[in-house]
Design a protein around this ligand. Structure first.
Ligand SMILES: NC(=O)c1ccc[n+]([C@@H]2O[C@H](COP(=O)([O-])OP(=O)(O)OC[C@H]3O[C@@H](n4cnc5c(N)ncnc54)[C@H](O)[C@@H]3O)[C@@H](O)[C@H]2O)c1
Length: 341
């Protein structure tokens, strides 16, 4: 039985508590939130579960093996570092840390202490993303051309981070998992309108082999859109995460260009074949992710969304921030990247 302490019981924390507590091989022994009002919500959902407002009670408890950090991003580094220093495995929310240096330090500390870090890139455990990765790995899409995602809605405005740090970690983590290449450069543009934080942004990420990714995140959209297009030489995918059943559609569409003499002799032909929607696993992603992490801890192996995966996302967020400050200047990403499994 792996004993869990959870720090942060705001919007997302209850999902983490519920999922860790319902697994056979783990139990939540202590929940902490510095806001005492959250205790009533915990009592209703899990009567009898211990609660504290003092993070040190969780960090120092000898009866806790793993600490879940479900607090705002600027607190992740200090809490995760204290947890690792006290010999606890760490489950930490996305984005992993507020900068690259912090992420690198936590990875090094965990390795030294022989502890595991998981960064909650929840989408990697959805049936849809698993299916897309399978299509790429099996060569169904052919050579990848692009990854283009739109994650927009009205709000929720954050007070401490802009829309890139809030929403783009999801897309960057999925992109990293699907494309499996080291990005070369980033261009980010965006603007702030209401509370001095960028609320709409467009990221373009360049990869080797002419693969390009584009991510549109926006808190000021009148409608909610969660759509990603993934174009390959052989097939193209449309993933609409708001669809209840047919989340993924595969289009047998493409273009072939034959070189003639000069531009007027270019022979372009369009292929428009069938469309089909493969079956996609519908289990709760967080449940699958936590089950996987508990297995990783027992087997002493790193999860796919380990500290390195978290660092890759933070590195891109930093690059986006740099480019944004310079109104879309191209930022090279030259640091070593360990590409995901
Ligand atoms: N993986 C996902 O899909 C997903 C979804 C939502 C949020 N998140 C992430 O979860 C984290 C929390 O987001 P949220 O929306 O729940 O925020 P929130 O503000 O609703 O909740 C955070 C809670 O942490 C508490 N807290 C802050 N510092 C603390 C400390 N030192 N000790 C104890 N309690 C502390 C606050 O009182 C608050 O109740 C963020 O990193 C966010 O990016 C992830």
């Amino acid at each position: 039985m792996i004993r869990i302490g959870v720090i942060g019981y705001g919007y997302w924390g209850p999902n983490i508590v519920r999922n860790f507590h319902t697994h056979d091989s783990s139990e939540v022994t202590l929940v902490c939130d510095k806001n005492p009002k959250t205790q009533e919500r915990l009592r209703k959902a899990h009567p009898g579960m211990a609660f504290t407002t003092d993070e040190n009670e969780v960090l120092n408890s000898p009866n806790i093996d793993l600490i879940a950090v479900v607090t705002p991003v600027w607190t992740h580094y200090e809490l995760a570092k204290a947890a690792l220093n006290n010999g606890k495995h760490v489950f930490v929310e996305k984005p992993f840390t507020a900068n690259v240096a912090q992420a690198e330090e936590l990875i090094e500390l965990a390795a030294r202490k022989k502890l595991q870090i998981l960064v909650d890139h929840t989408f990697l455990f959805t049936g849809a993303v698993r299916k897309i990765r399978q299509l790429v790995d099996e060569g169904v899409l052919g050579k990848l051309f692009y990854y283009d995602s739109m994650r927009v809605n009205l709000g929720l405005f954050q007070h401490d981070i802009n829309v890139i740090w809030d929403l783009a970690p999801h897309d960057l983590a999925i992109m990293d998992y699907v494309i499996q290449k080291n990005p070369e450069a980033m261009v980010a543009t965006g603007e702030k309108h209401l509370n001095n934080l960028v609320d709409i942004a467009f990221l373009t990420i360049y990869f080797p082999g002419n693969v390009v990714a584009h991510i549109n995140v926006n808190w000021l959209s009148p409608v909610k859109v969660r759509t990603t297009l993934i174009g390959g030489e052989k097939k193209m995918v449309v993933w609409n995460d708001l669809e209840a059943d047919e989340k993924i559609k595969i289009y047998d569409k493409g273009v072939s260009v034959k070189n003639g003499e000069g531009m007027y002799n270019l022979l372009v032909s369009y292929r428009s074949g069938d469309m089909w929607a493969p079956r996609v696993e519908q289990t709760e992603a967080l449940k699958a992710e936590i089950l996987d992490f508990l297995g990783c801890i027992s087997a002493n192996r790193a999860p796919i969304n380990d500290g390195h995966a978290g660092l890759r996302v933070v590195r891109l967020l930093e690059a986006a921030e740099k480019s944004l400050q310079a109104r879309g200047k191209l930022v090279e990403i030259d640091a070593p990247f360990s590409v995901g499994v």
